[in-house]
Design a binder for this molecule. Sequence first.
Ligand code: SAH
Length: 516
Amino acid sequence: MNSKTKGIVYLVGAGPGSPDLITLRGLQCIKRADLIVYDRLVSPRLLQQAKKEAEFIYVGKMPDRHTMSQEEINRLLVEKAMQGLVVTRLKGGDPFVFGRGGEEAALLAENELPFEIVPGISSSVAVPAYAGIPVTHRGLAAGFTVVTGHEDLHKEESDLNWQALAQGAGTLIILMGMGNLPEITARLMLEGMSGETPAALVHRGTEASQRTLTATLRDLALKAEQENFKHPAVIIIGEVVTMREQLQWFENRPLFGRRIVVSRAREQASAFAEKLEALGAETIEFPVIKIAPPDDYSGLDRCLNMLQSYRFVIFTSENGVNSFFNRLAESGRDIRDLKGASICAIGPKTKEALELKGLRVDCVPSEYRAEAVVELLKERIVPGDKVLLPRADLARPVLAQELEKLGAVVDNVTAYRTVRGDGDVQLLRRLLKAGEIDMITFTSSSTVRNLVEMLTEEGEHAPASPSSLFNNVLFASIGPITSKTAADLGLKIAVEAKVYTIDGLTEAILSCWEEN
Ligand code: SAH
């Protein structure tokens, strides 16, 4: 097979905004791609699904730099497919609905290069749906029309028949129309559409930051200006807009409109962020910790050399599990060396991580913290038993100390370090100063310590004191130890999880706003 026949371009619709609204086929194409060429409005979470070695090229608008022209993009796709690459071209919504996908496909066809069109959920129908507006409805609209609002309405010969649009019976949906909103509404009224026609604007539909404005056609442009409504938005005009009163659902979610900071390490942040977003929150990922290998592996390696001698191996975090097994593999061993030991996990996530490695977990305490592990093992430990504790460098000493009191011989070794994460300090300071953050979440003591350290250090927008930054911000904590660290640093925890897991924390966050 020559390289030319191997290359292919998938023109994929990424959906209207929320990363969950891509098709299965679209996701397959992302995972398979050697190169991903993507636009603005494509969710970063989708890009994270690509394989590790994949390359990315951003071809969207750039305010301060040269923006690639459509011709350049077309040529780029041809060139990369000719090199034999699997190219996934990701576009917002559907690739053939104002996506210029047709032009890209045409040049590929001309060059006899293989391509596939993967349709996407277009914002033109999905965004109204998320605002609770059905684009057709028996008795209200027997059809809908989707048009661009981007064209010059003063042009002598418009590509659109505005009279037909104004006098048509169905719902009118306008994309890319925010820049021309006053002209569009005036033109529709001029051509005979009633100024009383119900209308809506939906900004960033399907995303946590969705905003909807409803008005009559006559008042729409003025109201949009007053409320500073901006691009990107879908304009919906027609009687169906009234259905929203009854069918509004997305914006009714319990955490809708809340901005919540997730401070966990990047690898773990998205699962938590997705839970909060499913409840309607907008999340801001600000990783304050990062998992790094220990400075020195000699402690862990010594223990790995005598794994058979341990009666218990206790894992106190998912990171501990992953770091331990990475090193085990690096040293040419595998799980068979753990045959003799009882395996204990501090909580359900740690247990899951162990099971993924093919191990059966012998015990999990009912409460997910060190003290409960001691309680659980009290009955089982016989003086002289060897216990291995692969942990973080900063872990509390209490577990090892208490087990030693029971007569165990404990090897408390560093399997990983938590170092400072790469959260965007300037951005978070700016959002906090502007009062745009509702809550900050802490999932461990080190998240508290690092967040305070990062936010208060010198630099642009540096605060006079931490408290001056945290006006009106609520803090949520995963459990009592984390809360205590926060209190010691002068932060007052508003909600604490009853069950010390991410699900428990999510529950607590929900209850916090239910009560208030
Ligand atoms: N191919 C895309 C449309 C591209 S044109 C699709 O099928 O959805 C870009 C326009 O789409 C924007 O100007 C805006 O009008 C609309 N749009 C796309 N995503 C949107 C979103 N999440 N919320 C509101 N409008 C959106």
